[in-house]
Design a protein around this ligand. Structure first.
Ligand code: SAM
Length: 268
């Protein structure tokens, strides 16, 4: 595990909900509405976190079954606690080892998690194993390279202005492959057919600067994981720098987050 991955803190479920869950739930709804899948399918939600995408699948897609899986014990426990649905089951585990038989799944879905898989190639091989012929892999990732989630982009730019070591942790640097051509190439290269990648955007408006800032101090996610390692003086300097940078971007009410939604099918 490199330095960057050490900041990827996926343990505090309530903190995650405040930092990202409130936006990932919104993105999940847009994702599932755009996907417009048929009813009565067998789904897996890989990297389910606290359950944002699973909830959208259950609410909007009328699945026959849904397996929600994530390596974070605390996140899976949170998802299990908030989702009460007889079609849903939950497991602790990673993308490269799904507890599903060969050719048994109609849709492998994943939201905002694909870029965190340490070995995406093994994950795609695993998805092709569990998918039925004609089955679908569909996912979202933030469009990090162009500053997709503006509040996160502003955070890393402020952090790098104060700490040269933060530049390598910037998600726009770590996840440069989150662009349309790279994602298409990656999925097609893994053997998926009919690959399409399209843009999806949601508003992320905060009530005031603290509504944006406080979740960065709660320790869940890459940027909060970075803040957790700073001493109080550096945290305060970062807060001030980010506050002035956000004001220059037009303030907390005007921020947006853009994502890529990708899909490809297992050829028959
Ligand atoms: C940004 S969160 C997204 C969670 C949720 N899908 C959502 O939309 O809120 C990224 C998730 O990826 C999970 N993750 C990290 N590595 C993983 C892996 N190898 N396999 C599956 N999930 C992984 C993390 O535990 C975390 O829950």
């Amino acid at each position: 595990m490199g330095n960057a991955e050490q900041c990827d803190a996926w343990a505090a479920a309530d903190a995650y909900e405040l930092y990202m869950g409130r936006w990932s739930r919104r993105l999940a709804v847009a994702f599932i509405e755009r996907l417009s899948a048929a009813a009565d399918l067998a789904w897996v939600d890989v990297g389910c976190g606290t359950g944002a995408l699973s909830a959208a699948i259950l609410d909007l897609s009328n699945p026959a079954s849904l397996l929600a899986i994530d390596p974070s014990v605390a996140f899976v426990e949170h998802a299990r606690t908030v989702i009460h649905d007889r079609r849903a089951s939950f497991a602790v585990g990673a993308a490269h080892g799904l507890p599903a038989g060969d050719g048994t799944i109609d849709v492998v879905a994943s939201s905002l998690a694909y870029n965190f898989f340490p070995d995406r190639s093994s994950a795609l091989t695993e998805f092709l194993r569990v998918l039925k012929p004609g089955g679908l892999f569909a996912f979202t990732v933030w469009d990090y390279p162009t500053g997709g989630p503006a509040f996160i982009d502003a955070f890393w730019q402020a952090a790098a202005a104060l700490d040269p070591e933060a530049a390598a942790l910037d998600e726009a640097v770590r996840f440069q492959f989150c662009s349309e051509p790279s994602l298409v190439e990656e999925l097609a290269g893994a053997g998926l057919a009919g690959v399409r990648v399209e843009a999806l955007a949601i508003p992320t408006s905060f009530s005031d600067f603290d509504d944006l800032w406080v979740p960065f101090t709660l320790g869940a996610g890459p940027a909060p994981g970075y803040v957790a390692g700073l001493d109080p003086g550096r945290v305060d300097a970062l807060r001030q720098r980010l506050s002035s940078d956000i004001a220059e971007r037009g303030g907390v009410a005007s921020l947006r987050a853009t994502a890529w939604m990708g899909r490809g099918v297992r050829a028959r």
